[in-house]
Ligand binder design. Structure first.
Ligand code: SF4
Length: 221
C-alpha cells in the first residue's frame, strides 16, 4: 500500500487524540462527490516520510488516522497498522465498510483503537451514490461487527442532496442503539461544475432529530 498524503497534526480527526492523518492510495468506490478524488490516482509514495515523521513525534502526538481512499483494500494494512502500534501510537481506521473480514482481523489482533464507518446511503440507493457495486452484504456484516462494541466506533453519513428524510430514517433505524452517529454536511466538490446544492441547515436539523430517535448520540458536523 502507498501513502499519498499526510496531515501532520489534527485535533479533530481522532476523538480525544492529537493525531497525524495518513491517506492510502485507491478506493473501491467511486462516490461522485469524493473530496479526495484527486488523491486516488497519485503515484508518489510518502510511506517512508510518514514513518520518519512518526519517529520524531513519539510522545508528542497520540495517534494515527488511516483513511483514503479505502484502506481495507490493501492486504498489507494489518502490517502497516502493527508497525504504527509498535511505535506507541493509537490507530483509527476510516472505512466504507466493504471489508468486514479485514475489520474483524484488526479488532481481533488489537491493531485498531477506533473505527469510523461510512453509511453512504440505504441499500436501495447505495449503488447510485457510490457509482459501482456497493457490496451490500459486506456492509451489513461490518455494521453488525461494529455494533458488537468490541472497539470504539462511530457511524457517519455525508448527507448528499439525494438523501431524503426517509433515507435518514432507514439508515438510523438500521443502526438502532449505536453509540455514535454523525451526519456530515455535504460540501459541493470544487471539481464538479453544476454540483447540486447541499440541504439547508433547517433540513439538516430535521434529519438530526429523526436520527436521534434511534441512536445513543447523534450530532451534525
Ligand atoms: S469511499 Fe470515500 S474515498 Fe472512496 S470514493 Fe467514496 S468518498 Fe471517496
Amino acid at each position: 500500500m502507498k501513502i499519498v498524503n499526510i496531515i501532520k497534526n489534527s485535533m479533530i480527526d481522532f476523538p480525544r487524540r492529537i493525531a497525524c492523518v495518513s491517506f492510502t492510495l485507491g478506493c473501491n468506490y467511486n462516490c461522485w462527490y469524493c473530496q479526495n478524488a484527486t488523491l486516488l490516482n497519485r503515484k508518489d509514495d510518502l510511506t517512508s516520510e510518514l514513518f520518519a515523521f512518526l519517529e520524531k513525534r513519539k510522545g508528542l502526538i497520540d495517534g494515527v488516522v488511516i483513511c483514503g481512499g479505502e484502506p481495507t483494500i490493501h492486504n498489507d494494512l494489518p502490517d502497516f497498522m502493527q508497525k504504527i502500534k509498535s511505535m506507541g501510537f493509537d490507530t483509527k481506521l476510516d472505512t466504507n465498510g466493504t471489508n468486514p473480514e479485514m475489520m474483524k482481523y484488526l479488532i481481533n489482533n488489537s491493531l485498531v483503537d477506533y473505527i469510523a464507518m461510512d453509511l453512504k446511503a440505504p441499500p436501495i440507493k447505495l449503488d447510485s451514490v457510490v457509482k459501482c457495486n456497493a457490496k451490500i452484504a459486506e456492509i451489513e456484516k461490518s455494521i453488525d461487527l461494529l455494533m458488537q462494541n468490541r472497539v470504539e466506533y462511530e457511524f457517519r453519513t455525508t448527507v448528499v442532496p439525494e438523501l431524503t428524510e426517509n433515507d435518514i430514517k432507514l439508515l438510523a433505524s438500521r443502526i438502532a442503539g449505536a453509540e455514535k452517529y454523525f451526519l456530515q454536511i455535504y460540501r459541493k466538490p470544487d471539481f464538479l461544475k453544476n454540483a447540486p446544492e447541499p440541504h439547508s441547515y433547517e433540513t439538516m436539523k430535521k434529519y438530526l432529530e429523526i436520527a436521534k430517535n434511534y441512536v445513543k448520540s447523534c450530532e451534525l458536523r
